[in-house]
Design a protein around this ligand. Structure first.
Ligand code: UDP
Ligand code: MG
Length: 308
C-alpha cells in the first residue's frame, strides 16, 4: 500500500490547526488503499500551536510533530518535513486551509495513475490578499521569470504533491538560503497543474508583511540569479562609451573649430573614464564571485528521473 506524507509548516496557527487536521483527515480517508501520516512542523510558535499538536499526535498515531527551537521560517520547516517524511508521496500544505484538502485526491491520482512526478496547485485570483500585495507579487514573478529563465509563475506555490524521486532530489539541495519555489523548478520533473480559487485564510493572520515579502523576493532573485552582479558591467560599458564620446567630441571641437571645451569638461571626461574602469573591475570581481557563489551551494550537477 502506498503512503502519503502530509507536511504542514505551522507558525502561530492555534486558531486553525485543529480545523485543518479535521478537514484534511476527512479528505485523505476518502482516498482508497492509502496509508498516510501528518508531519506538523511547529516553527517556533509563540501561541498554543505546540500544545494542540502534542494532543493531536497523542490522539492519532498517524500524526507526528517536530518543534523548532525558534522561528526558522517556512522554508526550513518544509525542508525538515520532507526530511522526516517516510511516504512514497509527499504533499506540502499550509495550515490555514488556503490549500484546499479536496485537491488531495486528484493530485494523488495524477501521481499514482497518470504518470506525473508532481502535481501542483495553481492558485487563481488573489481574493484573500490585498491589492498592493497582489500587484507587487505579480511584478516580482515577472522579474524573476526574466532573470532566472525558470518557471516560477505567479500562483505556483508550495502546495504540491511529489513522488519519492522528486523529494529525494529536493533533499539533495542542501543550500542554507532556501527558495523552494526555485528549487522545485530547478529539479525539473513532470508536473501537472490543477487550478484552485484563492480563498482567505480560515482563521488567524498571515505571517507576511511588506518588509518580509520584499526580503523574500530579494532572496528569491539572489538564490537563483547572479544577474544583479552584471549591473556594474552594463554601467561600466555605458560610462566607458560616454567618456570616449566626450573625448572625441572635445578633439573634434579643438581640431576643426579651434574651440576648447575647457578644464572642467576635461576633468569630467577623465572622472567618467576612471569610473568606467572601476565599474568594469567590479564586474570582473562579480563574475568570480558569482561562480564561487553557485559552486558553494553544492547543487547536484544532474538529477536522474529514471534508469534501468
Ligand atoms: N509559516 C511557517 N513559518 C513562518 C511563516 C509561516 O511555518 O515563519 C507557515 C504558516 O503557519 C502557514 C504557511 O507557512 O501554514 C503559510 O503562511 P501564511 O498563511 O502566513 O502565508 P500566506 O498564505 O499569507 O502567503
Ligand atoms: Mg496563508
Amino acid at each position: 500500500m502506498n503512503k502519503l506524507s502530509i507536511i504542514v509548516p505551522c507558525y502561530n496557527e492555534e486558531e486553525v490547526i485543529s480545523r485543518f487536521y479535521k478537514e484534511t483527515n476527512e479528505e485523505v480517508l476518502k482516498i482508497p488503499d492509502l496509508d498516510y501520516e501528518f508531519i506538523f512542523i511547529d516553527d517556533g510558535s509563540k501561541d498554543h500551536t505546540l500544545d494542540i499538536l502534542r494532543l493531536l499526535c497523542y490522539q492519532d498515531k498517524n500524526c507526528h510533530y517536530i518543534s523548532f527551537s525558534r522561528n526558522f521560517g517556512k522554508e526550513a520547516a518544509m525542508y525538515a518535513g520532507l526530511k522526516q517524511s517516510s511516504g512514497d508521496y509527499c504533499v506540502i500544505m499550509d495550515a490555514d486551509l488556503q490549500h484546499p484538502p479536496a485537491l488531495l485526491a486528484p493530485m494523488y491520482r495524477a501521481l499514482s495513475q497518470e504518470g506525473y512526478d508532481c502535481c501542483g496547485g495553481k492558485r487563481i485570483g488573489r481574493d484573500g490578499d490585498g491589492t498592493l500585495r497582489g500587484l507587487l507579487s505579480r511584478s516580482f514573478y515577472r522579474v524573476i521569470q526574466k532573470l532566472t529563465h525558470m518557471n516560477m509563475g505567479d500562483g505556483n506555490g508550495d502546495f504540491r504533491m511529489m513522488n519519492r524521486t522528486m523529494v529525494n532530489a529536493i533533499l539533495q539541495m542542501k543550500e542554507y538560503n532556501r527558495y523552494t519555489k526555485g528549487i522545485f523548478s530547478f529539479v525539473g520533473f513532470e508536473t501537472k497543474w490543477i487550478e484552485f480559487q484563492n480563498v482567505q485564510r480560515a482563521a488567524g493572520k498571515t505571517k507576511w508583511n511588506l518588509g518580509s515579502l520584499f526580503s523574500y523576493a530579494f532572496d528569491g532573485i539572489l538564490s537563483f540569479s547572479t544577474a544583479p552582479l552584471k549591473l556594474p558591467g552594463i554601467l561600466g560599458i555605458f560610462l566607458f562609451l560616454l567618456s570616449c564620446f566626450m573625448g572625441v567630441f572635445a578633439l573634434v571641437q579643438q581640431i576643426f573649430f579651434h574651440h576648447s571645451m575647457g578644464g572642467l569638461y576635461a576633468v569630467s571626461c577623465i572622472v567618467i573614464f576612471l569610473s568606467s574602469l572601476q565599474m568594469l573591475m567590479v564586474f570582473i570581481l562579480g563574475e568570480y564571485l558569482s561562480k564561487d557563489y553557485l559552486e558553494n551551494k553544492k547543487r547536484p550537477i544532474y538529477i536522474v528521473r529514471e534508469q534501468n
